[in-house]
Write a protein that binds this ligand. Structure first.
Ligand code: XMP
Length: 325
Protein backbone atom coordinates (compact mmCIF):
# COMPACT_ATOMS: atom_id res chain seq x y z
CA UNK A 1 0.00 0.00 0.00
CA UNK A 2 1.40 3.42 -0.88
CA UNK A 3 1.32 6.40 1.44
CA UNK A 4 -1.11 8.33 -0.71
CA UNK A 5 -4.77 7.91 -0.07
CA UNK A 6 -6.41 7.07 -3.39
CA UNK A 7 -8.96 9.64 -4.57
CA UNK A 8 -11.39 6.77 -5.04
CA UNK A 9 -11.20 5.65 -1.42
CA UNK A 10 -14.60 6.41 0.08
CA UNK A 11 -14.63 7.86 3.57
CA UNK A 12 -15.51 5.08 6.04
CA UNK A 13 -18.65 6.33 7.71
CA UNK A 14 -20.81 3.25 8.26
CA UNK A 15 -20.55 -0.18 9.85
CA UNK A 16 -20.84 -1.77 6.38
CA UNK A 17 -17.88 0.19 5.00
CA UNK A 18 -15.91 -0.51 8.17
CA UNK A 19 -16.60 -4.25 7.89
CA UNK A 20 -15.38 -4.20 4.30
CA UNK A 21 -12.20 -2.37 5.33
CA UNK A 22 -11.65 -4.84 8.17
CA UNK A 23 -12.03 -7.86 5.87
CA UNK A 24 -9.53 -6.37 3.39
CA UNK A 25 -7.03 -5.53 6.10
CA UNK A 26 -7.31 -8.93 7.75
CA UNK A 27 -6.43 -10.53 4.41
CA UNK A 28 -3.55 -8.08 3.80
CA UNK A 29 -2.12 -8.56 7.29
CA UNK A 30 -2.23 -12.34 6.98
CA UNK A 31 -0.52 -12.14 3.59
CA UNK A 32 2.18 -9.81 4.93
CA UNK A 33 2.87 -11.55 8.22
CA UNK A 34 2.34 -15.25 7.46
CA UNK A 35 3.06 -17.25 10.60
CA UNK A 36 5.52 -14.71 12.07
CA UNK A 37 5.10 -12.69 15.25
CA UNK A 38 4.21 -9.01 15.43
CA UNK A 39 5.01 -6.61 18.26
CA UNK A 40 2.84 -3.61 19.19
CA UNK A 41 3.19 -0.90 21.82
CA UNK A 42 -0.38 -0.66 23.07
CA UNK A 43 -0.94 2.62 24.89
CA UNK A 44 -4.69 2.26 25.12
CA UNK A 45 -5.21 5.28 22.87
CA UNK A 46 -7.66 5.02 19.98
CA UNK A 47 -5.13 4.32 17.23
CA UNK A 48 -3.03 1.63 18.92
CA UNK A 49 -6.18 0.00 20.33
CA UNK A 50 -7.81 -0.27 16.90
CA UNK A 51 -4.60 -1.65 15.39
CA UNK A 52 -4.43 -4.20 18.20
CA UNK A 53 -8.04 -5.32 17.69
CA UNK A 54 -7.50 -5.57 13.93
CA UNK A 55 -4.35 -7.65 14.32
CA UNK A 56 -5.92 -9.90 16.94
CA UNK A 57 -8.69 -10.59 14.46
CA UNK A 58 -6.19 -11.34 11.72
CA UNK A 59 -3.47 -13.27 13.54
CA UNK A 60 -4.62 -13.85 17.12
CA UNK A 61 -1.78 -14.71 19.46
CA UNK A 62 0.91 -14.04 16.88
CA UNK A 63 0.43 -10.42 18.00
CA UNK A 64 2.31 -9.51 21.16
CA UNK A 65 0.97 -6.31 22.73
CA UNK A 66 3.19 -4.53 25.20
CA UNK A 67 1.47 -2.06 27.49
CA UNK A 68 3.91 0.12 29.41
CA UNK A 69 2.35 1.88 32.38
CA UNK A 70 4.62 4.88 32.89
CA UNK A 71 2.79 5.87 36.04
CA UNK A 72 1.35 8.91 34.27
CA UNK A 73 -1.84 7.29 33.05
CA UNK A 74 -5.26 8.55 34.06
CA UNK A 75 -7.21 6.74 36.74
CA UNK A 76 -7.98 3.09 35.85
CA UNK A 77 -6.58 3.46 32.33
CA UNK A 78 -4.10 0.58 32.42
CA UNK A 79 -6.66 -1.61 34.14
CA UNK A 80 -9.05 -0.91 31.25
CA UNK A 81 -6.41 -1.92 28.69
CA UNK A 82 -5.92 -5.22 30.54
CA UNK A 83 -9.65 -5.78 30.92
CA UNK A 84 -10.47 -5.14 27.26
CA UNK A 85 -7.51 -6.81 25.61
CA UNK A 86 -6.35 -9.59 27.91
CA UNK A 87 -9.68 -10.53 29.46
CA UNK A 88 -12.03 -9.53 26.61
CA UNK A 89 -10.08 -10.30 23.44
CA UNK A 90 -7.76 -12.95 24.88
CA UNK A 91 -4.79 -10.96 23.62
CA UNK A 92 -1.19 -11.92 24.12
CA UNK A 93 -0.53 -8.91 26.37
CA UNK A 94 2.61 -8.09 28.27
CA UNK A 95 1.86 -5.56 30.99
CA UNK A 96 4.77 -3.65 32.47
CA UNK A 97 4.29 -1.44 35.47
CA UNK A 98 7.27 0.88 35.11
CA UNK A 99 5.87 3.57 37.42
CA UNK A 100 8.84 3.55 39.79
CA UNK A 101 11.37 3.76 36.97
CA UNK A 102 9.68 6.74 35.34
CA UNK A 103 8.91 8.63 38.53
CA UNK A 104 12.43 7.94 39.79
CA UNK A 105 13.96 9.44 36.64
CA UNK A 106 11.59 12.42 36.82
CA UNK A 107 12.33 13.23 40.44
CA UNK A 108 13.31 16.87 40.88
CA UNK A 109 13.02 17.63 37.14
CA UNK A 110 10.85 20.70 36.53
CA UNK A 111 11.76 21.77 32.99
CA UNK A 112 8.91 20.68 30.64
CA UNK A 113 11.16 19.76 27.73
CA UNK A 114 13.45 17.72 29.98
CA UNK A 115 10.43 15.94 31.44
CA UNK A 116 9.20 15.06 27.94
CA UNK A 117 12.64 13.79 26.91
CA UNK A 118 12.92 11.62 30.02
CA UNK A 119 9.46 10.11 29.52
CA UNK A 120 9.97 9.49 25.79
CA UNK A 121 13.49 8.15 26.27
CA UNK A 122 12.58 5.83 29.14
CA UNK A 123 9.61 4.53 27.18
CA UNK A 124 11.92 3.40 24.40
CA UNK A 125 14.33 1.80 26.89
CA UNK A 126 11.53 -0.16 28.61
CA UNK A 127 9.92 -1.21 25.32
CA UNK A 128 13.29 -2.20 23.90
CA UNK A 129 14.09 -4.33 26.96
CA UNK A 130 10.83 -6.21 26.50
CA UNK A 131 11.32 -6.59 22.75
CA UNK A 132 14.73 -8.15 23.32
CA UNK A 133 13.24 -10.78 25.62
CA UNK A 134 11.10 -12.03 22.74
CA UNK A 135 12.34 -14.23 19.96
CA UNK A 136 11.23 -14.57 16.35
CA UNK A 137 9.55 -11.21 16.13
CA UNK A 138 9.93 -9.85 12.61
CA UNK A 139 7.24 -7.20 12.52
CA UNK A 140 6.36 -4.04 14.43
CA UNK A 141 2.78 -2.78 14.20
CA UNK A 142 2.08 0.92 14.53
CA UNK A 143 -1.04 3.03 14.86
CA UNK A 144 0.07 5.54 12.27
CA UNK A 145 -2.92 7.36 10.78
CA UNK A 146 -3.21 9.49 7.65
CA UNK A 147 -2.81 12.90 9.32
CA UNK A 148 0.46 11.64 10.86
CA UNK A 149 1.76 11.11 7.33
CA UNK A 150 0.45 14.24 5.63
CA UNK A 151 1.10 16.70 8.45
CA UNK A 152 4.74 16.05 9.00
CA UNK A 153 4.61 18.83 11.58
CA UNK A 154 1.36 17.53 13.01
CA UNK A 155 0.64 17.13 16.68
CA UNK A 156 1.90 13.58 16.98
CA UNK A 157 4.85 13.96 14.70
CA UNK A 158 6.42 16.70 16.70
CA UNK A 159 5.21 15.71 20.15
CA UNK A 160 5.80 12.02 20.28
CA UNK A 161 9.25 10.69 20.65
CA UNK A 162 9.43 7.70 18.40
CA UNK A 163 11.79 5.15 17.09
CA UNK A 164 13.52 2.12 18.40
CA UNK A 165 17.28 1.69 18.49
CA UNK A 166 18.92 1.33 15.09
CA UNK A 167 19.89 -2.31 15.57
CA UNK A 168 16.31 -3.40 16.00
CA UNK A 169 15.13 -4.16 12.53
CA UNK A 170 11.46 -4.74 12.08
CA UNK A 171 9.22 -4.63 9.07
CA UNK A 172 6.33 -2.25 9.79
CA UNK A 173 2.66 -3.21 9.82
CA UNK A 174 0.53 -0.07 9.58
CA UNK A 175 -3.02 -1.14 8.74
CA UNK A 176 -4.75 2.19 9.47
CA UNK A 177 -2.26 4.53 7.86
CA UNK A 178 -4.71 5.75 5.23
CA UNK A 179 -7.51 6.49 7.69
CA UNK A 180 -8.60 9.73 9.27
CA UNK A 181 -9.38 9.76 12.98
CA UNK A 182 -13.16 9.63 12.54
CA UNK A 183 -12.75 6.56 10.34
CA UNK A 184 -10.51 4.88 12.91
CA UNK A 185 -13.32 5.31 15.42
CA UNK A 186 -15.91 3.77 13.07
CA UNK A 187 -13.59 0.82 12.42
CA UNK A 188 -12.94 0.46 16.16
CA UNK A 189 -16.66 0.27 16.87
CA UNK A 190 -17.15 -2.28 14.09
CA UNK A 191 -14.40 -4.35 15.70
CA UNK A 192 -16.40 -4.35 18.92
CA UNK A 193 -14.24 -2.03 20.98
CA UNK A 194 -16.22 -0.17 23.67
CA UNK A 195 -17.18 3.49 23.20
CA UNK A 196 -15.10 4.39 26.27
CA UNK A 197 -12.03 3.45 24.28
CA UNK A 198 -13.02 4.38 20.74
CA UNK A 199 -14.45 7.83 21.56
CA UNK A 200 -11.66 8.81 23.90
CA UNK A 201 -10.43 12.36 23.89
CA UNK A 202 -6.83 12.90 22.82
CA UNK A 203 -4.33 12.19 25.57
CA UNK A 204 -0.68 13.18 25.23
CA UNK A 205 1.98 10.47 25.16
CA UNK A 206 3.69 11.87 28.28
CA UNK A 207 0.29 11.64 29.96
CA UNK A 208 -0.31 13.36 33.26
CA UNK A 209 3.37 14.32 33.19
CA UNK A 210 2.44 17.45 31.20
CA UNK A 211 -0.38 18.30 33.63
CA UNK A 212 1.45 17.78 36.91
CA UNK A 213 3.38 21.00 36.42
CA UNK A 214 6.95 21.48 37.55
CA UNK A 215 8.75 18.64 39.32
CA UNK A 216 6.36 15.70 39.69
CA UNK A 217 5.75 14.37 43.18
CA UNK A 218 3.71 11.27 43.92
CA UNK A 219 1.26 13.04 46.21
CA UNK A 220 0.51 15.82 43.73
CA UNK A 221 0.28 13.34 40.85
CA UNK A 222 -2.20 11.33 42.88
CA UNK A 223 -4.26 14.46 43.61
CA UNK A 224 -4.25 15.35 39.89
CA UNK A 225 -5.37 11.85 38.90
CA UNK A 226 -8.23 11.83 41.40
CA UNK A 227 -9.39 15.36 40.49
CA UNK A 228 -9.25 14.49 36.78
CA UNK A 229 -11.37 11.37 37.40
CA UNK A 230 -14.00 13.51 39.16
CA UNK A 231 -14.05 16.02 36.29
CA UNK A 232 -14.54 13.22 33.77
CA UNK A 233 -17.24 11.59 35.86
CA UNK A 234 -19.16 14.86 36.19
CA UNK A 235 -18.80 15.66 32.47
CA UNK A 236 -20.25 12.21 31.73
CA UNK A 237 -23.18 12.82 34.06
CA UNK A 238 -24.14 16.23 32.60
CA UNK A 239 -23.48 15.23 28.98
CA UNK A 240 -20.59 17.64 28.44
CA UNK A 241 -18.30 14.74 27.58
CA UNK A 242 -20.26 14.37 24.33
CA UNK A 243 -19.82 18.05 23.47
CA UNK A 244 -16.32 18.97 24.57
CA UNK A 245 -13.30 17.95 22.53
CA UNK A 246 -10.81 17.83 25.39
CA UNK A 247 -11.10 18.45 29.11
CA UNK A 248 -8.76 17.80 31.97
CA UNK A 249 -7.22 19.08 35.16
CA UNK A 250 -3.77 20.59 35.56
CA UNK A 251 -2.18 20.99 38.99
CA UNK A 252 0.60 23.56 39.35
CA UNK A 253 3.46 23.26 41.76
CA UNK A 254 2.26 25.98 44.14
CA UNK A 255 0.17 26.11 47.25
CA UNK A 256 -2.19 28.63 48.76
CA UNK A 257 -3.72 28.92 52.18
CA UNK A 258 -7.20 27.59 52.84
CA UNK A 259 -9.33 26.27 55.66
CA UNK A 260 -10.52 22.70 56.09
CA UNK A 261 -12.33 21.34 59.12
CA UNK A 262 -11.72 24.62 60.93
CA UNK A 263 -7.97 24.40 60.44
CA UNK A 264 -5.47 26.14 58.17
CA UNK A 265 -5.03 23.92 55.10
CA UNK A 266 -2.38 24.61 52.51
CA UNK A 267 -3.17 22.96 49.22
CA UNK A 268 -2.68 23.02 45.47
CA UNK A 269 -5.25 24.46 43.06
CA UNK A 270 -6.89 22.18 40.49
CA UNK A 271 -7.24 24.01 37.17
CA UNK A 272 -10.06 22.97 34.84
CA UNK A 273 -9.35 23.16 31.10
CA UNK A 274 -12.20 22.37 28.68
CA UNK A 275 -11.72 23.26 25.02
CA UNK A 276 -13.24 22.74 21.63
CA UNK A 277 -11.28 22.52 18.42
CA UNK A 278 -11.16 20.66 15.15
CA UNK A 279 -7.43 20.37 14.64
CA UNK A 280 -5.86 21.36 18.01
CA UNK A 281 -4.08 24.26 16.28
CA UNK A 282 -6.61 26.73 17.66
CA UNK A 283 -9.15 26.15 20.40
CA UNK A 284 -12.15 27.87 21.94
CA UNK A 285 -13.51 27.66 25.45
CA UNK A 286 -16.54 25.54 26.21
CA UNK A 287 -19.09 27.20 28.47
CA UNK A 288 -19.70 25.08 31.53
CA UNK A 289 -22.90 25.76 33.48
CA UNK A 290 -22.19 27.25 36.90
CA UNK A 291 -24.15 24.50 38.64
CA UNK A 292 -21.76 21.94 37.13
CA UNK A 293 -18.73 24.00 38.13
CA UNK A 294 -20.01 24.28 41.69
CA UNK A 295 -20.56 20.54 41.92
CA UNK A 296 -17.12 19.75 40.52
CA UNK A 297 -15.50 22.26 42.88
CA UNK A 298 -17.37 20.84 45.83
CA UNK A 299 -16.41 17.26 45.03
CA UNK A 300 -12.76 17.93 44.24
CA UNK A 301 -12.13 20.06 47.33
CA UNK A 302 -13.92 17.56 49.57
CA UNK A 303 -12.70 14.30 48.05
CA UNK A 304 -9.16 15.02 46.91
CA UNK A 305 -6.43 15.18 49.50
CA UNK A 306 -4.14 18.14 48.90
CA UNK A 307 -6.44 20.28 46.73
CA UNK A 308 -7.99 23.36 48.32
CA UNK A 309 -9.13 25.43 45.35
CA UNK A 310 -10.61 24.84 41.89
CA UNK A 311 -9.93 27.33 39.08
CA UNK A 312 -11.27 27.58 35.52
CA UNK A 313 -8.97 28.41 32.62
CA UNK A 314 -10.82 30.70 30.18
CA UNK A 315 -7.94 31.20 27.76
CA UNK A 316 -8.45 30.26 24.11
CA UNK A 317 -5.61 29.00 21.89
CA UNK A 318 -3.93 31.17 20.91
CA UNK A 319 -2.79 32.61 23.26
CA UNK A 320 -2.73 29.69 25.65
CA UNK A 321 -1.77 26.24 24.39
CA UNK A 322 -4.23 23.47 25.24
CA UNK A 323 -1.87 21.77 27.68
CA UNK A 324 -0.23 23.75 30.46
CA UNK A 325 3.04 21.78 30.50
P1 XMP B 1 -1.02 22.08 22.76
O1 XMP B 1 -0.76 22.04 24.23
O2 XMP B 1 0.25 22.14 21.96
O3 XMP B 1 -1.67 20.68 22.41
O4 XMP B 1 -2.00 23.15 22.39
C1 XMP B 1 -2.32 20.39 21.21
C2 XMP B 1 -2.90 19.01 21.32
O5 XMP B 1 -1.85 18.04 21.34
C3 XMP B 1 -1.97 17.19 22.45
N1 XMP B 1 -0.63 16.81 22.88
C4 XMP B 1 -0.05 15.65 22.52
N2 XMP B 1 -0.50 14.61 21.78
N3 XMP B 1 1.52 13.49 22.18
C5 XMP B 1 0.29 13.53 21.61
O6 XMP B 1 -0.10 12.58 20.93
C6 XMP B 1 2.04 14.48 22.94
O7 XMP B 1 3.16 14.42 23.43
C7 XMP B 1 1.19 15.63 23.12
N4 XMP B 1 1.37 16.80 23.79
C8 XMP B 1 0.22 17.51 23.61
C9 XMP B 1 -2.70 18.03 23.47
O8 XMP B 1 -3.32 17.20 24.46
C10 XMP B 1 -3.68 18.74 22.60
O9 XMP B 1 -4.78 17.91 22.27
Amino acid sequence: MSNVRPESMARITTKELADKFIAEQVAEIRAQVGDKKVLLALSGGVDSSVVAALLIKAIGKQLICVHVNHGLMRKDESEEVIRIFRDGLDANLVYIDATDRFLGKLEGVSDPEKKRKIIGGEFIVVFDEEARKLTDVDFLAQGTIYPDIIESDGVKAHHNVGGLPEDMKFELVEPIKLLYKDEVRVVGKALGLPASMVDRQPFPGPGLGVRCLGAITRDRLHALREADAILREEFDICGLSQKVWQYFIAVPDMKSVGVKDGKRYEGWPAIIRAVNTTDAMTATIEEIPYAVLHKITDRITKEVEGINRVLLDLTPKPVGTIEWE
